[in-house]
Every structure is written in structure tokens, then in C-alpha cells.
Design a protein around this ligand. Structure first.
Ligand code: C2E
Ligand code: MG
Ligand code: MG
Ligand code: MG
Length: 272
């Protein structure tokens, strides 16, 4: 797991109308260079099917091996990339790379998308072409969008429908952290709902979080959406989720995100 291994990168928001701080400008240039050099890597975190006990798929998470700063986690450069309009390019990079590595991923592979990417009119044609070039069956790809993006249904619904028509899966990430209405859920062609880790962490500790998760599981079941609990760290959380028929679990208890080799090894060990 790369998180926390790099030296912290300080990203200052420039004053209104001012020019970006030199270190941010430098980081932006280096990020552009890293993308051009294909130097960004993907780590994968397995997702376990709680009914069968098998690895069902994995989430691809971008990592930047920086020559001086070590591994820079996405939280340290995605905000900058968003601000500088680089996310459509970065998400395309990750998608292409995940498709190229798909042969070694057991089950499906989930790729995160930022709002900018989803709102780019060229993106759906890009997915279609990338799938054709890679010859990956569309059903093995799942795209993760955040709940916040669902807050603008008129804008986002046609895009999600076009993605569904390609045969690609859709997941709402970090569910429960945004402010989108639960009733909106039924409007969207969603396959998975990813319960944000703060709820998982509250399980069996906070009666409020526990009640909320029970409600979300019940609602998702009625809507035919499968639930993935994120951030599963303890055996107690895992047991609770199994007992309440949550579909999938992802978290450090199962495995930390790691290079393809680690995912390979886990899948081989378990015969997935
Ligand atoms: P996310 O999509 O919600 O991904 C899950 C994050 O939770 C990952 O952090 C993962 O390392 C971490 N995590 C997994 N299991 C546990 C656990 O048991 N406990 C705790 N405390 N954390 C856990 P990571 O890799 O640092 O990524 C952070 C966020 O950056 C992601 O959150 C996602 O929103 C974004 N991101 C990562 N890669 C990409 C990408 O290629 N494109 C876009 N648009 N966003 C990305
Ligand atoms: Mg995600
Ligand atoms: Mg998440
Ligand atoms: Mg998250």
C-alpha cells in the first residue's frame, strides 16, 4: 500500500486571480510528464463476494511513483489535477491501462471517474473504442462515479444510460457522504452501491450508523442494486456484513491495494 509513504505534498490554492504557487506549477508539469511517460501505475484492491467467499473483482487505484517524493497517493494530486482540468486525461490513462492489464484481474475491474471526465462529450465514444481495441468484454469493466454526480440527474442520466448501453457496469462510490436524495437512486441504471467507509467503521460501534446501513441494504435490495462495503478493517465488521446479507466487502482486512502481482497471488492462493 502506497498511502502515506511519500513525503507530503503541499498544495496551496492560489489567491483569486493570482498565479499558482511555484511548487504547484512544478507538480502540475511533473504530473503531465508522468502521464506522457506512462509512469503512473495502478494498484488493485480485491473485492470479496460475501456469499461465495470468492474474489469477485478489484478496484484500480492510481499511484504516482515520484523520483524524489516516493509514491504519491491520489489524494495528493487529484485535487490539483481537477483544478487544472487534467482529470479527463488522467481517467482515460487509467481506463486504458486497466483494460490493458485486465487479463490478470480476476472478475471485474472498477475504475474511478471524476465529474469532469463524465461531463466530457468525447468520453463515451472513448470507452467504446478502448473496449474494442483491448477486446475486453464490456461486462468486466465497472465505472465508479460519486454520489455527488447524481445530484444533477438531467445532465448525468443520458451519459449513464449510454455507458449502460455499452454493457459496462456502474457503481456509486462513497455512498452516504453526499446529499443526493435516496429516491434518485431508482432513476439511475446502477449495478453497485459502495457504502462509504465511515459507515462501515461505525458498524457495531454506533447504533445510528448500524441502523443507517441496515436501511441502505434494505433499500438497495429492493432496487436490485448490489452493495459493496468499503473500508472493512475488522472481523466484527465483516461478520456483521455477512449476517446482514451485504453482497461484497472491500478493505484492509481482505487486502490493501497493491501491484498486480499481489492480486495475482491472492487469486491463485484462493483459486478464484
Ligand atoms: P475511493 O474510490 O473511495 O477508493 C478507496 C480508497 O480507500 C483508496 O484510497 C483505498 O486505498 C482506501 N481504502 C481501501 N480499504 C481501506 C480500509 O480498509 N481502510 C481505509 N482507511 N482505507 C481504505 P486511495 O487509493 O488513496 O484513493 C483515494 C481516492 O482517490 C479514491 O477513493 C478515489 O476517489 C480517488 N482515485 C483513486 N484513483 C483514481 C483514478 O484513477 N481516477 C479518479 N478519478 N479518482 C481516483
Ligand atoms: Mg472508488
Ligand atoms: Mg470509495
Ligand atoms: Mg473514498
Amino acid at each position: 500500500e502506497a498511502r502515506g509513504q511519500g513525503v507530503p505534498v503541499r498544495l496551496h490554492t492560489p489567491a483569486q486571480g493570482g498565479s499558482p504557487a511555484p511548487e504547484r506549477l512544478e507538480l502540475e508539469i511533473e504530473l503531465r510528464q508522468a502521464m506522457a511517460a506512462r509512469a503512473l501505475e495502478l494498484h488493485y484492491q480485491p473485492i470479496r463476494n460475501l456469499r461465495t467467499g470468492r474474489i469477485a473483482g478489484a478496484e484500480a487505484l492510481v499511484r504516482w511513483p515520484h523520483p524524489e517524493r516516493g509514491w504519491i497517493p491520489p489524494g495528493a494530486f487529484i485535487p490539483l489535477a481537477e483544478e487544472r482540468g487534467l482529470m479527463p486525461e488522467l481517467d482515460r490513462y487509467v481506463l486504458r491501462r486497466a483494460l490493458a492489464e485486465m487479463a490478470r484481474v480476476p472478475g471485474w475491474c472498477a475504475v474511478n471517474l471524476s465529474p469532469q471526465t463524465l461531463h466530457d462529450p468525447g468520453f463515451v465514444p472513448f470507452i467504446r473504442e478502448a473496449l474494442e481495441v483491448s477486446r475486453v468484454p464490456p461486462g468486466r469493466l465497472v465505472l465508479e462515479i460519486t454520489e455527488r454526480m447524481l445530484a444533477d440527474p438531467e445532465r448525468i442520466l443520458p451519459v449513464l444510460q449510454a455507458i449502460k448501453e455499452l454493457g459496462v457496469g456502474l457503481a456509486v462510490d462513497d455512498f452516504g457522504t453526499g446529499y443526493s436524495s435516496l429516491t434518485y437512486l431508482r432513476l439511475f441504471p446502477l449495478d453497485h452501491l459502495k457504502l462509504d467507509q465511515r459507515f462501515t467503521h461505525g458498524l457495531t460501534r454506533s447504533t445510528q450508523d448500524t441502523a443507517l446501513v441496515e436501511g441502505i441494504l434494505d433499500l438497495a435490495r429492493r432496487l436490485g442494486i448490489e452493495v459493496i462495503a468499503e473500508g472493512v478493517e475488522t472481523p466484527e465488521q465483516l461478520e456483521w456484513l455477512k449476517a446482514h446479507a451485504c453482497d461484497y466487502a472491500q478493505g484492509y482486512l481482505i487486502a490493501r491495494p497493491g501491484p498486480l502481482e499481489a492480486l495475482d497471488a491472492l487469486a491463485r492462493r484462493e483459486g478464484s
